[in-house]
Design a protein around this ligand. Structure first.
Ligand code: SF4
Ligand code: SF4
Length: 169
């Protein structure tokens, strides 16, 4: 509008000025609160120094041999085999269909009775998100989430796994 003067832009705070919550000024109350919190934290540290048996931190990898995993831990997908090296997979492909990112391929073959059986259970650990959907989809309890978690690799090839030890059931 004619005759209206342009307003100056609001100035930004100086780069070196600390931004404080609340009214922007340090206060005795805040200082005392911070001091109390600091002593609470130090109290926890000293309690664990006095009673090291109560320390809950797991010192990996020193404790690798004695690591205990919770029942619902989700490591990489595994296919359990019995003492004879057999598994319970029927090659029904439900897990393959349930996998949202194509990490499973079920390759089938025929046994001597011309029955369609599992040839290879291909599991691509490199793309698996450990979501558990394949495990839930399996009607024969043929695959589980294992406890494997050391999955680092310099290339993808070692992460393409065949889970079954032999063809068929
Ligand atoms: S855990 Fe999830 S991502 Fe991994 S293979 Fe199973 S369905 Fe696919
Ligand atoms: S693992 Fe289970 S769901 Fe997957 S093909 Fe085998 S039997 Fe079917």
């Amino acid at each position: 509008m004619e005759g209206e003067m342009p307003q100056p832009a609001a100035s930004a705070p100086d780069a070196g000025t600390p931004i404080m919550p609340g009214d922007g000024k340090p206060s005795l109350r805040r200082f005392l609160g911070d001091a109390v919190n600091m002593f609470k934290g130090m109290g926890v540290t000293f309690r664990y120094i006095r009673k090291p048996s109560r320390v809950v931190t797991r010192e990996y990898p020193e404790n690798r041999e004695t690591l205990k995993f919770p029942e619902r831990f989700r490591g990489q997908v595994i296919m359990p085999h019995d003492a004879n090296g057999d598994h319970t997979c029927t090659a029904c492909t439900l897990c393959e269909k349930a996998c949202p990112n194509g990490s499973i391929s079920i390759l089938t073959t025929k046994n001597t009775a011309s029955k369609r059986v599992l040839g290879a259970f291909v599991y691509r650990l490199s793309s698996c998100t450990l979501c558990n959907l394949c495990i839930e989809a399996c009607p024969f309890d043929a695959i589980h989430m294992g406890a494997g978690f050391e999955m680092a690799s310099y290339s993808r090839e070692p992460l393409d796994l065949i889970l079954n030890k032999k063809e068929g059931r």
